[in-house]
Design a protein around this ligand. Structure first.
Ligand SMILES: CC(C)(COP(=O)(O)OP(=O)(O)OC[C@H]1O[C@@H](n2cnc3c(N)ncnc32)[C@H](O)[C@@H]1OP(=O)(O)O)[C@@H](O)C(=O)NCCC(=O)NCCS
Length: 365
């Protein structure tokens, strides 16, 4: 470490910028709990996505009191896009990056909604429901199919699959997507959630906070890793795990789906997805296991000074593929889940004082 480094916390590692009641991870021990101490291993498979929203978002007008049907109803009420957003989705280049298209669609959609003007739970419903409708329209357009309108009475995950395919989804696909959305909905002050909080701290609106977070999520070190990990596993299916892992490391390329800023042991969320892949996507599971067996000793041998284990994105692609999601929409599904945490943290940060987040840099001359 040189003298400049003594004053700089690279990557803000370990820096606490606020308090939260929304969730907590214990990196060294590999545990993760939501508000009130709900262990993610118990939450997955037991709570619906709507339940997680109810658990994490503030309820200023007590409209969640009917339980998750109240949340489901509000999501459904907010699921229509404005004509301007529909028009934009029909005109953007069909092979454009999905997150870029969805950022633009949400921003245009919000122009005529409350989420473009304030920071409120109403805006969170508009953005969460609108993002799913927009992502489903994008999936339809990429498949050369006409859009499918949201269907009342279906849960959020089932409705997304229905809007994406036009057919009633089977229970196993719904279970895969629901588990994915529940597990990914919240994870502390990760980079995209921090982006949302920075934007909210300036007094900006909730749509701007979400769009900023989406741009941050897109990077391969964050939400972009799920597609890259899926591609690596697929490369190993058609070649060999040994070749793929050694080839990437020899070329000084990171292994997607490995490493985490906080977890120094197996990511607890990755275990949930690994176990789901074992039954729902056995081919992915087998090859991913082969990669793990080669990669973990290789990473340890490289002496990078830290334990690098499997992170949540390694098996996530196997779960999403089993749900019937196309790989180019994997990161969009991540956004559809994590928007819950983005909104929850932005609202919590502002409600608890919300001082402007404005760090500083060292003058290097
Ligand atoms: C997640 C990630 C960004 C964490 O970054 P970080 O906290 O800055 O990483 P660390 O400080 O733990 O890295 C320590 C060392 O391990 C190496 N390392 C970390 N992850 C690695 C990986 N997946 N493959 C190979 N080497 C890796 C780093 O290059 C670094 O080596 P160096 O000191 O020689 O530069 C990083 O592990 C990564 O890019 N992983 C792959 C992408 C991914 O899966 N992202 C999703 C995260 S949930």
């Amino acid at each position: 470490m040189n003298s400049v480094d003594q004053d700089i916390v690279h990557g803000l590692e370990g820096v606490m910028v606020c308090g939260t009641r929304l969730s907590h991870y214990d990196g060294p021990n590999g545990t993760f709990v939501l508000r009130g101490g709900a262990d993610i291993r118990d939450v997955a498979g037991r709570m619906s996505f709507e339940d997680v929203i109810e658990h994490l978002w503030p309820d200023p007008d007590a409209s969640f009191s009917k339980g998750s049907p109240g949340v489901a109803h509000r999501l459904h009420e907010c699921s229509q896009l404005t004509p301007a957003a529909v028009d934009l989705l029909a005109r953007t280049p069909v092979d454009g990056d999905a997150i870029d298209v969805l950022k633009a669609a949400l921003a245009v959609d919000a122009l005529e909604k409350s989420s473009s003007r304030d920071l409120s739970v109403n805006g969170a419903f508009e953005l969460t429901a609108g993002l799913a409708t927009a992502a489903a329209r994008l999936a339809r357009r990429r498949a050369g199919q006409p859009p499918v309108e949201p269907r009342p009475g279906l849960g959020f995950a089932a409705n997304f699959l229905y809007m994406s395919t036009g057919a009633p989804p089977d229970d196993r696909q719904v279970r895969c997507l629901e588990t994915y959305l529940v597990v990914m909905a919240e994870h502390g002050l990760n980079p995209s959630t921090f982006s949302a909080c920075v934007t909210a701290s300036t007094g900006s609106d909730l749509c701007s906070a979400v769009v900023a977070a989406m741009g941050t999520l897109k990077g391969p070190a964050h939400g972009g890793a799920v597609g890259e990990a899926w591609a690596m596993v697929n490369d190993a299916m058609s070649g060999s795990a040994e070749q793929v892992v050694r080839g990437r490391l020899a070329a000084n390329r990171l292994l997607p789906g490995f490493g985490h800023r906080e977890y120094r042991v197996y990511d607890p969320r990755a275990k949930i997805f690994r176990d789901l892949c074992r039954t729902e996507n056995p081919a992915y599971f087998r090859t991913a296991q082969e990669i793990e067996a080669v990669a973990l000793p290789q990473l340890a041998e490289r002496g990078v000074g830290r334990t690098i284990s499997v992170n949540v994105d390694f098996y996530a692609g196997g779960v999403l593929a089993a749900a019937g999601i196309a790989p180019e929409l994997f990161t969009s599904c991540f956004a559809m889940a994590r928007i819950v945490g983005w909104c929850a943290h932005a609202l919590e940060y502002v409600d608890s004082g919300g001082r402007l987040i404005s760090p500083t840099s060292k003058w290097l001359g």
